[in-house]
Design a protein around this ligand. Structure first.
Ligand code: ADP
Ligand code: MG
Length: 694
């Protein structure tokens, strides 16, 4: 194995490479662009492009691509080679500043929710110089934003960058009240990615996994996760080799992969990188997911990133650790200096207010067909958004609300006028794994996102709503003659108004939804319901006010999400019916025939022989076949009905209420057969087999 420091970032045109390869003046201008978001002029772009190309070619690159994130959430790329043919029959390798800064992919095949129909059909990609270019499979990849010619965002990155800019702007206003003028305020994200690794051989046998990413059939394995032996357990050698290769490749790309371990479910694992600026972290997460899928095949494995690959077994989530920093100082760190603590409390208050006021849009960001199987099913936080603060911080908040002194440790009484939070609050928080939005010492961990999603949506919303509540703080206190007093009064009022969102108890408990309802918190159980929050006037108002998304962009995104939900379930429904018809019915029929033949054979020997066991089995198999046949018909009828519904919201509801129910009925009938049909007759690998391999 090579030394990490030798390979780390070797495939990235990072600051080090830029310093080494760019003329000093160009480097300075580019750095300014990166640090302060200044526009890049054409001359500078040409110099940068040339240096980037030379660097990439030395590392074996032959093509370049504008790498972007359309609304499907996955990444897109179209490779163009560097060649420019010459008159003498040879070719030069060229790459201009224009090609670096702007590209024109054929946008027509990307989902836009009707946006491009009403505007200019074409879209263009624009370089995001705050995320470094990198080389993947001999292609120079340039992270870009994707927008229409009317400047409407057609991707996930554009609004993310906008949201980072607005929260930075509002945070500066708040910091100015504390006498601070940082040069850089940035939101940070660390994305913990969960995934399953199963054998390629098993995967290849299952149409459901291949086409939908999850098993649509399968009875529970005899052994589940009840022994709790997998979490943090020793990692299988094959998996270890996969993880080693993955780390190596990630490090080459400058993605700071840090922690890897087994997760709760058998064959489930997790990778956590060190946090970075939100847009860089999200680019990194998308590359990580792609590499996981690709590298698994080197080890005879397949990486499953669906939120719920196996029913009854823990699914995959993606924890979004979020914070905001000013000149690299974490603003959510409680710290130890008194004045900074008031500042910490200002930011904390802003987050609490934002999450309460906009719980609906936050819930919306994690609404997908796949994630609906996780939220609220005793493994992921429920669909109700709430905040966990931990005992000590909650005591602080209560003290502010009640205008009391904060009594810490029974002997030290602190006056909140100079609030001094002990730094070791860090170690005492968390370990409540059930909360959807938990304060974990110096950051918030949003635990609702599913493993498959692009985290941009979640962070666009967090950034925008916190920008809004920071703006509220600044609006209220700019010009205050007695800042400390007024700030405390503001916090007291705000925390009092929004305390219902704070819940330190067990979010999985049956009592919680009842309690949450009393508090007036939203409980949006399914995607179609949750998506409505996106188009509510309150949502449009906040996105438009801060210029993160306009009404047209919101409507288009809403359409794409709703359509995506229906399409996903439609595919699952078709695969369910197909597998039942083409795989399970023939297998059960074959086995029934064998049983029937056995009865006949025995009776031929002697009519007095007892064949009651076989007969009972045959009865069950026959009844099962009948139920399956009826189940297929019912499912196909509901699929037809759903497809015929014109209104997209109504259609999504039919998929949710009728198609999913019909799929489930059919699945139950098939799963009942799985446990009585002879192993050799069952046409696909079962949970027992897939989840427990050596
Ligand atoms: P756990 O499993 O306890 O949730 P991990 O150590 O696996 O914790 O993951 C914590 C994640 O939070 C890491 O990705 C880490 O880099 C990230 N993180 C730490 N500090 C910050 C911060 N200030 N902003 C954003 N993410 C952070
Ligand atoms: Mg976590």
């Amino acid at each position: 194995m090579t030394h990490i420091d030798e390979v780390y970032g070797s495939l990235v045109f990072n600051d080090h490479a830029m310093q080494e390869r760019l003329p000093k003046a160009t480097y300075k201008t580019l750095s300014q662009t990166i640090k302060e978001g200044k526009p890049l002029d054409a001359d500078v772009a040409n110099v940068v492009a040339h240096a980037m190309k030379e660097w990439a070619i030395e590392l074996g690159a032959t093509h370049y691509t504008h790498w972007f994130q359309p609304l499907t959430g996955i990444t897109s790329e179209k490779h163009d080679s560097f060649i420019t043919p010459q008159e003498d029959g040879r070719a030069l390798m060229s790459f201009s500043g224009k090609e670096l800064i702007q590209g024109e992919p054929d946008a027509s095949s990307f989902p836009s929710g009707g946006l491009r129909a009403s505007f200019e059909a074409r879209g263009y990609t624009a370089w995001d110089p705050t995320s470094y270019a990198f080389i993947k499979d001999n292609v120079l990849c340039i992270p870009t934003a994707f927008v229409s010619y009317g400047a409407e965002a057609l991707d996930k990155k554009t609004p993310l960058l906008r949201s980072m800019a607005v929260i930075s702007q509002e945070a500066r206003r708040v910091l100015a009240l504390f006498g601070k003028t940082p040069t850089k305020v940035v939101t940070t994200v660390g994305a913990e990615q969960e995934y399953f690794l199963i054998k390629e051989k098993d995967y290849a046998e299952r149409l459901d996994l291949i086409l939908t990413g999850r098993t649509l059939f399968g009875s529970a394995p005899c052994k589940g996760q009840e022994l709790e032996e997998h979490y943090f357990g020793a990692i299988r050698p094959t998996v270890n080799r996969f993880m080693e290769e993955l780390d190596q490749e990630l490090w080459k790309l400058g993605i700071p992969s840090k922690t890897k371990h087994n997760e709760v479910a058998p064959t489930q694992h997790e990778l956590a990188p060190i946090f970075e600026a939100a847009n860089v972290a999200i680019d990194g997460n998308l590359i990580t997911m792609e590499l996981m899928r690709k590298l698994a095949s080197h080890h005879g494995l397949v990486c499953l990133q669906h939120e719920k690959p196996f029913a009854g077994v823990n699914g995959n989530g993606k924890h979004n650790n979020w914070s905001i920093s000013a000149d690299n100082a974490n603003l959510l760190d409680p710290g130890s200096t008194p004045f900074d603590n008031l500042q910490f409390l200002a930011f904390l208050t802003a987050v609490i207010k934002a999450v309460d006021e906009y719980q609906g849009i936050l819930r919306m960001t994690v609404a997908t067909a796949g994630n609906d199987h996780r939220l609220g099913s005793n493994e992921a936080p429920p669909a109700i958004v709430s905040i966990f603060l931990g005992d000590e911080l909650e005591t602080v908040v209560r003290a502010i609300i009640n205008s009391e002194d904060y009594n810490y440790d029974g002997n030290k009484v602190m006056d909140l006028g100079v609030p001094t939070l002990p730094t070791f609050i860090k170690d005492n928080t968390d370990r409540n794994r059930t909360s959807p939005f938990a304060f974990t010492g110096n950051k918030f961990e949003f635990r609702m996102p599913g493993s498959e999603v692009n985290l941009s949506d979640a962070n666009i919303v967090i950034n925008t709503i916190v920008a809004k509540t920071l703006a509220d703080f600044a609006d209220a206190l700019e010009g205050s003659k007695n800042f400390e007093h007024d700030a405390k009064a503001y916090m007291r009022k705000t925390l009092t108004d929004h305390q219902r969102i704070i819940f330190n108890g067990d979010n999985y408990a049956d009592e919680w939804p009842i309690e949450a309802e009393k508090r007036g918190l939203l409980n949006l159980k399914s995607t179609p319901e949750a998506l409505q929050q996106f188009i509510e006037p309150k949502s449009v108002e906040v996105f438009e006010r801060f210029g993160v998304l306009n009404k047209i962009e919101i409507d288009s995104r809403y359409d794409v999400k709703l359509e995506h939900y229906s399409k996903k379930i439609n595919i699952e429904g078709l695969v369910t019916a197909r597998m039942a018809r083409a795989r399970f019915v023939p297998a059960i029929t074959e086995y029934s025939t064998v049983v029937a033949q056995s009865i006949n054979a025995k009776k031929a020997v002697s009519t007095s022989i007892d064949t009651s066991a076989e007969e009972a089995l045959l009865d069950k198999l026959t009844a099962g076949l009948k139920a399956i046949a009826a189940g297929i018909e019912a499912l196909e009828a509901s699929l037809e009905q759903a497809a015929a519904v014109e209104d997209s919201l109504e259609q999504a509801c039919v998929y949710r209420d009728d198609v999913l129910a019909a799929m489930n009925n059919l699945r139950c009938s098939v799963d009942e057969m799985e446990v009585i049909v002879g192993h050799n007759y069952w046409p696909v690998p079962t949970y027992n087999h897939i989840l427990f391999y050596t």
